[in-house]
Write a protein that binds this ligand. Sequence first.
Ligand SMILES: [Mn+2]
Length: 262
Amino acid sequence: MRIDIGNGIDIIGDIHACFEEFMELLKKLGYKENQNGLYIHPDGRKFVSLGDVMSRGPESIKCMLFFLDHVEAGLSYMIDSNHGWKIARWLDGRNVELRHGDELVEKEFYEFEKKNGVQKTKDIKERLKNLLMNAPSHYIFTHKAVDKVVCAHAGIRDDFIGKENKRIKDFCRYGDVAGMDEKGKPIRKDWFLQHQGDLCIVWGHDPKPEPLIVNNSINIDQGLVFGGKLTAYRYPENTFEFVHAIKNYSGKVEDNPLNKKD
Ligand SMILES: [Mn+2]
């Protein structure tokens, strides 16, 4: 799970099937489409997804196939996430309940199969299942063999970094969840308050109106699918790039995490 930073990385927050905004961000970051439809940076930079590229928004399949192609071509990285893990299990034929926008992925596949046929759909589902199933809980990016940046979807505890097991996978997918509230929403504990040292942890999952920087941790989920924005954190430059949502795809105002006060 350790990768050299190479010519620089662009870490992208939760896309949630908002393909158009994602394309706009990649172009803004300087990636150019080649004749094979792959987005390549002239300086050799690579982009990293913090997971949750699908669900809730309009174009889950497009987003997933984009990462499938770019991860396979060695141009991009993607880590595990809560929606990613749910869809992986669904693609694996396990008995899962699709909700919180995951049901939209199933709908998209229904239309996709009508258009592209049973065999092509089956092949693509198999490849996507493998991509999502094998996504690591976190990546550690290094420079001259020194750990510099950790990417984890919902965060990570310092003593979990560089290790992998079921508990760590769950922590990176859901964060430090201390049960559910009366509305069935997870009660989240702020793991980043305990983070110490110079290693920078970049995470998403929990939408904040602006990047939240605490103790060398950076949240870059700015609630794109809820009408917020998509964020890229560039390393080693230590700068941000943003693209605003075309609209609020999630609808309900009362559920909008960008409106919550905490
Ligand atoms: Mn998430």
